[in-house]
Design a protein. Sequence first.
Length: 310
Amino acid sequence: QSSEQTKALVAMQAAELQNGASSSRACAPTGPSQASLVSPWPQQLLPLSGFQNAEIMAGAVGGPLVVGFLTPQRNAMTLAAKDSQASFAGLYRQVFRDGLVQGFRGGSRPTLAAVPQFTFIGPFYLWIMKQTKSPALAVFVASLGESALSFSAQRRNAQIQFNAMRPASQHIEVQPVKQLVGPGFGFHVLRNAVAMMGIRLFAPFTHQVFEKTSAFESFPTEAKHILADFSASMISASLSMPFNHVFSWASCSPQLAEMSQLQRLKAYAIFLVGNYRAQGVRLLGRDLAIRICYTGFLFTGYHIVERRFV
């Protein structure tokens, strides 16, 4: 009997020790509770916590790479908004008039701005998509952030290119980069949203076309992705061309700063309608080709880099 009492006492002590250990673990701070002391927001709702290093690298590397390389095409678009007479080839002759290197004039700031810009186009878009399951909403939110970070640099690039093609008496003031908004900002957001739709909304459908077309059956998978991206970007480039044209024209039209919003809208409409009413299909075809040469290669090139990282 004494032996049985001893065994029962040992069992009780062991149970007490186990309960004490469990209580200590329950009281000990855990990872999530520590995080909640730092931030009141759940970790899954914090954007940076949802970013993958590979996604960030895709934006930081791919964005500046394609934006810097395509500076001459961006300069040609600027000239097109102010010169309705020059041909497609004539615009590029103006861009490279002072040599190959000068064709890249004004490109340094847009290239630097491309790091945060493509952080929105890439990882931020992907994060919004994961949270909302809505590609359209993700495109709009990402485009708004993209414009907030790149509008001033791209407007400055347009003004530098505009001044380079004209005598000093016709130069316009080059706006500082710190001025984040101005005439044409709304059209800049619309341009970015429509342009981004190419690789984000249209490409899955164009990729299905290339997958199901027997003529492309023997093509490598990456080649089909590139063809799908470029064809989708051609569509988005065509749809975004009017918005980009207004932005480029507004960047080099300082008189708009003195107008009210309603007066600006009237000026934008007169510019677009007047241009194409006078020049017709010839001018429309030139401007579409200029836009496709930039947007098509911009987003196709970026998506190649993104696929390598993500």
